[in-house]
Design a protein around this ligand. Structure first.
Ligand code: HEM
Length: 397
């Protein structure tokens, strides 16, 4: 009841404060160079509990620390955490010694309730299989044409909404609109189905799924900075109770569509993998055993990870891009000129005519737009932090 959860919250907060005090003390001692004669470590400049304190300005917090040290530690109960912005160390981890690192057990624990055994959660053979199919598929002409067409269609839909709002002098929340537009695009590419959250009502099944999905992603992220999330999950309280509910909504929707597509394909209807370009159809074909057994859970994990990978990254990058364009109208003007020229569209071209003229060839001519997007990603990276773990076997050698 309310009384008990209040006592529990106070106890958790007190325990958190106690650990914070100990970690802070250790960080001061170790930050001064550590114990004499011990191994050399990067300086400890804080604790994981500082992340909770700085949650609303986490990236600024890291940036402030990186200004002081290219590589540092944040103390954490249970496992060491090293943060680096040093290109040489990044190259060592992501390239030269890639096989020594992986997603890691702790990442799996934090994410698997939503990510399952998808590409973002697993290492080894499962990662390799998904990576291989995804990178093969994304390089095929068919998927590139299909996904290009889907993004183009949804961009035109978005442009109509923006244009109508502008004509009516209605303020609009760009980030929310872009989250809907990218959800619709990625979901169509992944599932072969238009959720139409852009023009849908919040009560729609698709919009309910999309909202539950966004909430679930946020709650999963909180686990990375909340050392006590497992207690909350065990007690089914707070964010963990909400997360469980959101995952249920997400799963019901995803399984419904996966089953329908698998049934269609096994019944050999006209919509078989040859005529369908969406990733679900391709993965059903690639993962279904010879006896026809479909691994629904694995399919759900694979596809949901692609939705996670493509949606917020693209929406965040575009929202920041528009923000930058508002701050730099002269750049906006140059991009608009370049787009008109490359697409060979006149000043008065309608939204639909303009989107029709955006062929691959036209897009390839837009170097200035490419540079502006790249610069936006440099200043506001959609994925500012990745967290590879060192394999246990590497630690022992
Ligand atoms: C602005 C847009 C995007 C940015 C900045 C971005 C960035 C990244 C980064 C930094 C990683 C590495 C993560 C790590 O090492 O843990 C990654 C992985 C991945 N991204 Fe993207 N991404 C974007 C869009 C997309 C889109 C549209 C898709 C697909 C529809 C996608 C699919 C993936 C997949 C499948 C992986 C996992 C690769 C692996 O683990 O081997 N991404 N992305």
């Amino acid at each position: 009841d309310d009384g008990n959860s209040r006592v529990l919250s106070v106890l958790l907060a007190a325990a958190g404060l106690a650990v914070l005090a100990i970690c802070w003390y250790l960080s001061v001692v170790l930050g001064r160079g550590g114990v004499a004669g011990a191994k050399r470590y990067p300086p400890a400049v804080g604790t994981v509990f500082h992340q909770v304190y700085h949650l609303r300005r986490l990236h600024d917090y890291y940036t402030d620390l990186f200004r002081e040290h290219m590589t540092f530690r944040l103390l954490s109960p249970g496992r060491g955490q090293i943060y680096t912005s040093d290109p040489a160390v990044v190259e060592h981890i992501l390239k030269t010694n890639f096989s020594n690192y992986g997603k890691g057990e702790s990442n799996y624990e934090n994410t698997s309730d939503l990510f399952g055994d998808g590409i973002f959660a697993v290492d080894g053979d499962k990662w390799k299989q998904q990576r291989k199919i995804a990178s093969y598929d994304f390089s095929t002409r068919a998927l590139r044409d299909f996904s290009g067409g889907v993004f183009n269609k949804n961009a035109a839909k978005l442009a109509h909404i923006v244009s109508d709002n502008a004509a009516a002098k209605q303020p609009m929340d760009f980030q929310a609109l872009l989250m809907k537009a990218t959800m619709d695009s990625i979901f169509t590419i992944a599932f072969g189905l238009d959720l139409n959250t852009l023009s849908g009502e919040a009560a729609d099944e698709g919009s309910r799924f999309a909202a539950a999905f966004d909430d679930a992603s946020e709650f999963i992220l909180l686990r990375f900075v909340n050392a006590f999330w497992k207690v909350s999950r065990f007690l089914n309280v707070g964010a963990e109770a909400a997360l469980r509910h959101r995952i249920k909504v997400v799963d019901e929707f995803a399984y419904k569509h996966i089953r329908a597509r698998a049934d269609e394909m096994s019944a050999g209807k006209a919509h078989d993998a040859e005529s369908k370009c969406d990733l679900l159809s391709r993965f059903i074909q690639a993962t279904t055993s010879d006896s026809g057994e479909v691994d629904y859970k694995y399919l759900r994990d694979i596809i949901m990870n692609i939705v996670i990978a493509g949606k917020d990254t693209t929406a965040g990058a575009l929202a920041r891009f528009l923000y930058m364009m508002c701050k730099h109208p002269e750049v906006q003007e140059k991009i608009s000129e370049e787009a008109r020229e490359a697409a060979d569209a006149g000043e008065a071209a309608s939204i639909d005519d303009f989107s029709q003229s955006l062929t691959d060839e036209a897009l390839n001519k837009m170097h200035y737009l490419h540079a502006a997007l790249t610069e936006t990603l440099r200043v506001y990276p959609s994925v500012p932090l990745v967290s590879p773990s060192i394999h246990n076997s590497t630690l022992q050698t």
